[in-house]
Design a protein around this ligand. Structure first.
Ligand SMILES: [Zn+2]
Length: 213
């Protein structure tokens, strides 16, 4: 019985391996578009941090949607994929898995911070093993754009977050600001604030791509 199972599974495994490798090489040969995965943190039952009048999952999604919309408009040669286009739950493994499956060239995860007291400002994380590489380059560009548009930057930091650990391409996780801070929450909840934050991230992406060429 076990032998029969091996006889069935082995050709399947070989076919899958062949398909994966041939897809990858043909993608490179065809000069396929740059693939960007935009990940709105949390969603569905997982609301993330809660402010006085807003939930993190909603702010993340609204900003992520704007980022995608602007990049699709400005960079026609980029394929933009959202890990969650609406308010539903996606596991951390699936978020990273999706980026790996599509062989993304860059992964951007969008979150909002929370802390006790009056903490404020933006920060962008990379995996500790990604120091000095493209992830760090992208993280610095995002923080520079935040500053250019009047936000207070807490800088680029490292963390062993699941989505940063699980993705096999340059990856950043950016915190838009502190939802726990009344002033920042007001800004992050407003249309104007969300527009400005999305501009920062998409302009950083445009600069990142320009630097790659
Ligand atoms: Zn979060």
């Amino acid at each position: 019985m076990r032998k029969n199972l091996i006889l069935i599974l082995l050709p399947l495994l070989c076919a899958t391996l062949w398909l994966t490798t041939s897809c990858r090489s043909s993608r490179a040969l065809r000069n396929d578009p740059f693939v960007l995965v935009v990940d709105a943190g949390h969603g569905g039952n997982d609301q993330g941090a809660a402010g006085r009048r807003s939930l993190e999952k909603d702010i993340n999604l609204k900003v992520a949607r704007r980022v995608c919309k602007r990049i699709r408009k400005k960079c026609k040669d980029v394929e933009v994929i959202q890990t969650r286009p609406d308010d539903h739950f996606v596991t951390l493994d699936d978020r990273a898995g999706m980026a790996n499956f599509f062989q993304a060239d860059l992964f951007i995860s969008i979150h909002s911070n929370s802390a006790r007291g009056w903490a404020e400002g933006t920060e962008t994380f990379i995996h500790p093993s990604a120091r000095g590489g493209r992830s760090e380059q992208m993280a610095r560009l995002i923080e520079q754009e935040y500053v250019r548009r009047g936000r207070k930057s807490r800088g680029v930091k490292t963390a062993n977050f699941a989505v940063l650990r699980g993705t096999r391409m340059p990856a950043v996780l950016t915190e838009l600001g502190f939802i726990s801070n009344r002033g920042e929450e007001r800004f992050m909840k407003s249309r104007k604030g969300q527009k400005r934050l999305a501009r920062c991230i998409s302009d950083a992406f445009i600069r990142y791509r320009r630097d790659l060429r």
